[in-house]
Design a binder for this molecule. Sequence first.
Ligand code: GLN
Length: 270
Amino acid sequence: MLLNDWVTNASNRLTAVRVASPKLEAQVLAAHSMLVDRTWVLTHPEHVVNDLALEGLLQRRESGEPLAYILGYREFFSRRFRVDSNVLIPRQETEVLVETALELPVDRLKALDIGTGSGCIAITLKLERPNWEVWATDISSSALQVARENAETLGADITFRHSNLLEQLAGEKFDLIVSNPPYIGRNEIIPREVREFEPDSALFADDNGLAIYRQLAATIKDHLTPGGRVILEIGQEQGLAVSALYPGSEIIKDLSGNDRVVMWRFADDP
Ligand code: GLN
């Protein structure tokens, strides 16, 4: 079969299962299978393809498996992070959290990313601010393995700890604590692709998704230096509820205009 015909056919099949950018994804799958880039696919329409190899990838995508898991990577902040089904796929909205942290006018600080997953937040902070000391935790050791591998590939020196939230960090204090915790309520309706393929522990939390923000609010002061900041990603409906847990905090919107981040400063005075 000719490459161009395969792409047209695959694009039609992806349209039928409501993939949002079917043609682009068909081209990306073909490129991935043939170890070339998408430009090569676009410029070699007459190339004869091995459609058996391609069919396997296409069927995975048709079944709803996210493209990032099939490819094994996702771009975040212009860098490529390896992902597998042990970690949440980095989302563009999370770049708002990272940008908010990068705006802090501090040359040197000690930062912690709680629930690092693929490591995309912690690693980006370290690479963008090499003078910062960056720590990262996750409750999942298989997620930590992915994060460590990304840190090594991208050349980021991070201190990793296997920990449920702050439990294994007794005595450690930070100038900045960031997190994109699980915040989806257990009964919320979310895309099947997300619910069926991404790790539950990275998505869902009790109390309509607010449980982790509550748990953190109870212990986080023990781990902050005076004036330390907390920057949390939130669900778009959670701005008021989360800012109430962190009195005096500020809500920051994402590019779509939705509440996306809560930033709080720990004022160490009575
Ligand atoms: N932002 C993710 C989503 O909407 C959820 C990730 C999270 O709960 N932190 O799919």
